[in-house]
Design a protein around this ligand. Structure first.
Ligand code: ADP
Ligand code: GLC
Length: 494
């Protein structure tokens, strides 16, 4: 199959969160399964072209915007360790900035920046000589590509037999825009806007646009698929998801275990596996050596790790609401790597100053440290308010780092409460969104930490789980085949 993936993030070039990991892992897997994959990404100002060997090509592509043309030079690289081509769109106007989205509030022209990406993704097909069977668009940023596919490019020789698939990574971000501004730029008539596939609450809503124009729609876990369809977690999109119900399903994210394997991970102090699990403590010792004075480095105290964007979604309020009851008495340490909202960064640093050997706080984005923290911690906490899938808990399982999670979205699909009677289960879960429910789950977890038989069982149960991207890549291929059938093609002929 020829697959054109279009996204705002792709690991390791441009990453804020799990979207980047998933785009990259899926592309690698499809390639490994013999499919032809191209990834299209903006050339953001902070992409390290030298490090990743990204080079300019001679192609400059004209992109229709409104009644004029804008231009992008194509740069080309490959996903490291593979020969999957990644095309980067150069644009001084749109992408040559330090940030990806311009957090925390977003760049004011994000609608236009991603409109450009979405249109250019189709326009570059001739230059890269690609006839896609599938356009796979991720999140609101690239939803316009599917609207274009079904309208302006419907009879285009390269796209007449192309199906469009839309994957929702987070329905909380919907991409709203003023129709008078964006529709003329996208060449859609303003007079047909009210009640159209673009419109939600009087604005252009790109989440709705993706849902309505795609042949098939997926989201990143089965539980989240149910939540956003039937509950307020859908944030207003429930009627559209219901309208498209027959074409909508959850495909659980998978991990790239070539990147996340404690036996081969180059970022961690000491490799280990199920058979050599005691070596995990050498990582813990390493982390303590780096951050705690010698007299307080005891390995006995459990470390609860967290690697996260610092936003309300991630349940940081619950963490702040109960952390002191565990560190004050020295029953636990926390190692937190995060970046995001200033109010959370400040609150965590305040705790770090108050309990310098018990609350270890690292702010900023640091890929290497994220591996180190996950390998060195005994537990990984994810008290998310909502979580479409979550990847860090999946990584933690492979590292024998026991997840303590709120059972929502993909967390509910990947972490099973430990049952001491049957010896099954991989972590600790709680339901109610409250600091006290979270604290009770931590209490339960700490009890088993002190019990070698159970402790060993929980960790090895987790390490044996297989949430590989290979599985999810195969499920996506099924979705792609259904999408091709939907547009009247024989999926076996690709
Ligand atoms: P989300 O996409 O909502 O942020 P996920 O759990 O799906 O949540 O993915 C988060 C990804 O981002 C993981 O790969 C995690 O290791 C990484 N990550 C989050 N915060 C940081 C950080 N401060 N430094 C490095 N990596 C981070
Ligand atoms: C989003 C979600 C996260 C998910 C990731 C990758 O950022 O918040 O739960 O794992 O996308 O799909």
């Amino acid at each position: 199959m020829n697959i054109l993936a279009v996204a705002a993030e792709c690991s390791p070039f441009a990453k804020i969160g799990g979207l980047a990991d998933v785009v990259s892992a899926l592309a690698k897997e499809w390639h490994g399964l013999g499919h032809s994959v191209r990834v299209v990404l903006p050339k953001y100002g902070n992409i390290d072209c030298q490090r990743w060997n990204i080079k300019p090509t001679s192609s400059v592509v004209a992109v229709p915007i409104g009644w004029w043309q804008e231009y992008t030079r194509l740069w080309r690289g490959v996903l490291p360790g593979t020969d999957v081509p990644v095309y980067f769109l150069e644009s001084r106007d749109y992408f040559d900035r330090a940030g990806i989205y311009g957090d925390p509030d977003g760049y004011p022209d994000n609608d236009r920046r991603f409109l450009f990406l979405s249109r250019a993704a189709l326009e570059i097909a001739s230059s890269i000589d690609f006839v896609p069977d599938i356009i796979h668009a991720h999140d609101w940023h690239t939803a316009f590509a599917l609207a274009f596919l079904k309208s302006h490019y419907r009879f285009h020789p390269r796209f007449a037999r192309t199906a469009g698939v839309f994957t929702i990574h987070n329905i909380a971000f919907q991409g709203q825009s003023d129709p008078r501004r964006i529709l003329p730029l996208a060449n859609f008539p303003l007079d047909q806007f009210p009640g159209s596939w673009f419109e939600h609450d009087g604005a252009v809503n790109l989440m709705k646009t993706g849902i309505m124009f795609a042949d098939k729609i997926t989201t990143v876990s089965p539980t989240y698929a149910r939540e956003i369809r039937w509950t307020s977690a859908g944030m207003g999109m429930q009627p559209y998801l219901n309208l498209r119900g027959a074409d909508f399903l959850g495909v659980l994210n998978g991990a790239d275990y070539t990147e996340w394997d404690p036996q081969t991970d180059p970022h961690i102090a000491a490799p280990y596996g199920i058979e050599t699990l005691s070596d995990k403590d050498r990582n813990k010792a390493g982390l303590l050596e780096e951050s705690v004075p010698p007299h307080d480095r005891t390995l006995e105290i459990p470390i609860l790790g967290m690697v996260s964007r610092l936003t309300a979604q991630k349940g940081i309020d619950l963490l702040l609401g109960c952390i002191e009851q565990f560190v004050r008495t020295g029953r636990a340490r926390f190692a937190i790597l995060g970046s995001g909202e200033a109010r959370y960064e400040h609150a965590l640093h305040r705790l770090g100053r108050r309990y310098p050997t018990r609350v270890l706080v690292y702010t900023g984005y640091n890929a290497s440290l994220s591996h180190h923290v996950i390998a060195s911690s005994d537990f990984l906490v994810m008290p998310s308010l909502f979580e479409p899938c979550g990847l860090t808990q999946i990584y933690a399982l492979r590292y024998g780092t026991v997840p303590i999670v709120r059972a929502t979205g993909g967390l509910a699909d990947t972490v099973e409460e430990y049952d001491p009677v049957t010896g099954t289960g991989t972590g600790f879960t709680f339901g109610e969104y409250s600091a006290s429910a979270f604290a009770r789950a931590i209490e339960r977890a700490l009890r088993y930490y002190r019990h070698p038989v159970h402790w060993n069982r929980i960790r090895t149960n987790g390490m044996r789980q297989d949430f590989s991207a290979t599985k999810s890549a195969q499920q996506y291929l099924n979705v792609f085949r259904w999408a091709l059938e939907k547009i009247g093609r024989n999926p076996n002929s690709t």
